[in-house]
Design a binder for this molecule. Structure first.
Ligand code: NI
Length: 255
């Protein structure tokens, strides 16, 4: 049984055929899905999918790139969804300096990040972190703004030393398709060394398809490649990695 802790069945590439993708994933052993929002519409669809399927859970929130163009009314409607019983996390939130170079826009990202951490604490929810090329500022904010229910570092690509610091702050480390890439030296090192009880798996589909499907539209069933890679790196059985990461997901999401 696998828990895909970060998928976007709410994205346009997958939503139109979501039932097909869900069935194929279930056939490969994916038993639970966290569908993650990044703006109002995607958050709303995440909640709708969670209402339709009992094995789907929703995260709602504003991605650091999307938040810059969000209307106040959309932000409010998104945060109202936090009260829904199948919303188990706030996300994805964080910082993205890859796509945003302007200093004042980066400041705005930080403000929204902190505001959403406060909302997570008010609603007693963990958070899902998106960090791209902004590791130091992300860590600084997380250190200064304690998240009571902890959270998930989505598609973690940082160093082992940083992963250990983030675990100390209450975070789980979620690995996606890139850990299967041949040249992924650092992600493989992270998987080998972090405590197994802090490890999660995800697809981030439709993005980041694992090897040997790199470059194609990713879907939840492809998570098996990531699980297999992790089992090899840890010298454990696939079943053990599935079981441990499934239980870790339930723990952080309060299920
Ligand atoms: Ni995502």
């Amino acid at each position: 049984m696998i828990f895909d802790t970060h998928c976007h069945l709410n994205a346009k590439e997958l939503y139109k055929d979501h039932e097909k993708y869900i069935i194929s994933a279930k056939n490969e052993g994916v038993a639970a899905f966290l569908v993650v929002g990044y703006d109002y519409l995607s958050s709303k669809i995440a909640v709708e999918l969670a209402e339709k399927f009992d094995f789907i859970y929703a995260a709602v929130g504003y991605h650091p790139v999307d938040v810059l163009k969000a209307k106040t009314s959309e932000l409010e409607k998104t945060f109202e969804l936090l009260k829904h019983p199948k919303v188990v996390a706030l996300g994805e939130i964080g910082l993205d300096y890859h796509w945003i170079e302007d200093a004042s826009e980066r400041e705005k990202q930080k403000e929204f990040f902190i505001r959403q951490i406060e909302l997570a604490n008010e609603n007693e929810l963990p958070i899902i972190i998106h960090n791209r090329d902004a590791t130091n500022d992300t860590y600084q904010i997380l250190k200064e703004h304690k998240v009571n229910k902890g959270g998930i570092m989505h598609c973690y690509s940082g160093s082992l030393a940083m992963a250990i610091e983030l675990i100390k702050l209450g975070f789980y480390i979620s690995m996606g398709g890139p850990v299967t890439f041949k040249n992924a030296r650092v992600p493989k090192e992270v998987v080998k060394a972090i405590p197994l009880d802090k490890l999660l798996v995800e697809t981030d589909c439709p993005y980041l398809a694992p090897h040997p499907l790199r470059g194609t539209i990713n879907e939840p069933k492809n998570i098996v490649y990531t699980v297999k890679e992790i089992a090899e790196l840890r010298e454990k059985s696939i079943e053990e990695i599935e079981k441990t990461t499934f239980n870790n997901a339930k723990k952080i999401l309060g299920l």
